[in-house]
Design a binder for this molecule. Structure first.
Ligand SMILES: *[C@@H]1O[C@H](CO)[C@@H](O)[C@H](O)[C@H]1NC(C)=O
Ligand SMILES: *[C@@H]1O[C@H](CO)[C@@H](O)[C@H](O)[C@H]1NC(C)=O
Ligand SMILES: *[C@@H]1O[C@H](CO)[C@@H](O)[C@H](O)[C@H]1NC(C)=O
Ligand SMILES: *[C@@H]1O[C@H](CO)[C@@H](O)[C@H](O)[C@H]1NC(C)=O
Ligand SMILES: *[C@@H]1O[C@H](CO)[C@@H](O)[C@H](O)[C@H]1NC(C)=O
Ligand SMILES: *[C@@H]1O[C@H](CO)[C@@H](O)[C@H](O)[C@H]1NC(C)=O
Ligand SMILES: *[C@@H]1O[C@H](CO)[C@@H](O)[C@H](O)[C@H]1NC(C)=O
Ligand SMILES: *[C@@H]1O[C@H](CO)[C@@H](O)[C@H](O)[C@H]1NC(C)=O
Length: 425
């Protein structure tokens, strides 16, 4: 399953906000982040590539492929401002390094998105203004090399079992139906774009390029009709869905988004116990993987600068609730999301932990291994048994051989047996 470029594009940001309701011990973790840069409602970035017959090649874009556009910067700046207003009561007016930790995937556009976001979230106040007139201050953004990215980049390709599941997904009835239905369409796309290997799995590349170009008022070629876009969009949404769902969703979740979900649930549990030393964290993540692992994905690719908020509330009695909001449209209030199976919108923490448990891997490394088939096991057991029998025979032969050569030692042996027998009686 070809998904490499997909991975970091799939989702945009998660902003989780954990808070306690005792003002003296109030703590928040704001998970802000931006890793997204993909095909969405707003032309947030340049496309990641052009197709061979495209009249807009890399030089048509100010910074080349895959770069955050000014519109993208505005969107993230606006999101930062929104977070500031939403969490006004809990975030300190001035930047406090203990209050926030920012981590981004190691791409130009995600690092830049994070910075634009923080510019909106922490405009300097009073003593933090270091240059009069400049409404910006540096805030650290951490990252790790892509080869070491374990938390934020999906789908993760280090998992043989996941590869096997994706292979099986492409053989499901639903997948084959789509392939059959759009066979001619895919031929058409290959022919028009000059690409040779476009399939359901990677057709999003074409959609992405056309989408970004239309966002930037570039004239599409004649074969790009609204109907073509409709088909491309449908196939792209389906391939996104298939990556984490469609077939064996729970197991896929355990191998992908479940890792992050586990980290979040663990931190939620920890945050529910007031601890003045608790520090705040911000992380960047992949929305679809996380949402699918909680079964709240709406099967629509998250738009630019989307934000998933997870909030923990705690009352005087010590009970805690988890609420989730999804902000995918800056002109609307965030959508409240209910965890499937939970009795109420604000899900009691214990219930939240219980319901998400099945999507969190206990030992991902082991679960990612391919289980050797039963026939393999039989062979191994058979070999082990033969080896034991052989060993036993050799020992037996050696014993007989030695006994025959030293018959006098048999007295000592009998003596020991007698002592043992006496001890037992
Ligand atoms: C905000 O930060 C400043 C400086 O670090 C500190 O003096 C102040 O108490 C903080 N305010 C709140 C509400 O935590
Ligand atoms: C998918 O699995 C089938 C057997 O189930 C195998 O023949 C095929 O090579 C696999 N394809 C990939 C790409 O691994
Ligand atoms: C597309 O198909 C037409 C007609 O079958 C053919 O002439 C043309 O060479 C094809 N283009 C590509 C890029 O394969
Ligand atoms: C098509 O195949 C070529 C060579 O195998 C590969 O480099 C390219 O990335 C593929 N294109 C897509 C869109 O997957
Ligand atoms: C879109 O897909 C449908 C179903 O395969 C097909 O009938 C239709 O011709 C396609 N549209 C275009 C513009 O190719
Ligand atoms: C959870 O907390 C630990 C320790 O405070 C931190 O290292 C980790 O990054 C946090 N994870 C998430 C997803 O917030
Ligand atoms: C945003 O999410 C909500 C809830 O899942 C959904 O109903 C809505 O269509 C989404 N809007 C966009 C623009 O994706
Ligand atoms: C605490 O628990 C009592 C009894 O269960 C309940 O009546 C009260 O509303 C709770 N307090 C809060 C702040 O929820």
């Amino acid at each position: 399953f070809v998904g490499a470029q997909f991975s970091w594009c799939l989702f945009c940001m998660i902003c989780s906000h954990f808070l306690m309701c005792f003002p003296s011990q109030m703590r928040i973790s704001t998970h802000v982040f931006s890793s997204c840069v993909q095909l969405f409602r707003h032309g947030d970035r340049s496309p990641v590539q052009a197709y061979p017959t495209d009249s807009y090649q890399e030089s048509s874009w100010p910074q080349g492929f895959g770069q955050l556009s000014q519109e993208g910067m505005r969107q993230h700046f606006e999101l930062g401002q929104y977070l500031r207003s939403r969490y006004r009561a809990f975030l300190n007016e001035s930047y406090d390094r203990h209050e926030i930790m920012v981590r981004s995937t190691d791409y130009d556009r995600t690092l830049m998105s994070a910075e634009a976001n923080l510019a909106g979230l922490y405009p300097p106040q009073g003593g933090q203004v270091f240059r009069p007139g400049l409404k910006w201050q540096p805030i650290p953004v951490h990252t790790v090399p892509l080869s070491e990215e374990k938390l934020l980049s999906f789908p993760m390709h280090d998992c043989p079992r996941y590869k096997q599941l994706m292979n099986e997904t492409t053989h499901t009835e639903e997948f084959i139906k789509i392939i059959t239905e759009y066979k001619d369409f895919l031929h058409f796309i290959n022919n028009k774009t000059g690409l040779k290997n476009i399939s359901v799995e990677n057709v999003w590349v074409v959609y992405d390029t056309l989408f970004c170009e239309s966002r930037h008022n570039m004239t599409p070629p004649a074969w790009v009709t609204p109907d073509t876009i409709k088909n491309l969009s449908l196939l792209k949404d389906f391939s996104f869905q298939a990556m984490f769902g469609v077939y064996k969703q729970q197991e896929k979740s355990r191998l992908q988004g479940g890792l992050l979900l586990g980290a979040i649930v663990k931190n939620l549990s920890r945050m529910a116990i007031p601890d003045p030393k608790q520090r705040l964290k911000v992380h960047d993540t992949t929305l679809s993987a996380l949402q699918t692992s909680m079964n709240i994905y709406n099967n629509k690719q998250p738009p630019y600068a989307s934000c998933q908020m997870i909030e923990l509330r705690r009352d005087d009695n010590g009970s805690s609730w988890v609420s989730m909001f999804y902000r995918n449209d800056s002109s609307k209030d965030p959508y409240p999301l209910q965890l499937p199976g939970c009795s109420q919108l604000d899900c009691p923490l214990e219930e939240f932990i219980r319901l998400t448990k099945a999507s969190i891997p206990e030992d991902r490394d082991r679960e990612c291994e391919l289980t050797s088939s039963d026939s393999d096991k039989e062979i191994i057991i058979g070999l082990a048994l033969s080896a034991c029998v052989l060993l036993f025979l050799i020992i037996l032969l050696l014993t007989i051989f030695c006994w025959k050569r030293e018959p006098q030692s048999s007295h000592g042996y009998q003596h020991v047996v007698n002592v043992e027998a006496a001890a037992h009686s």
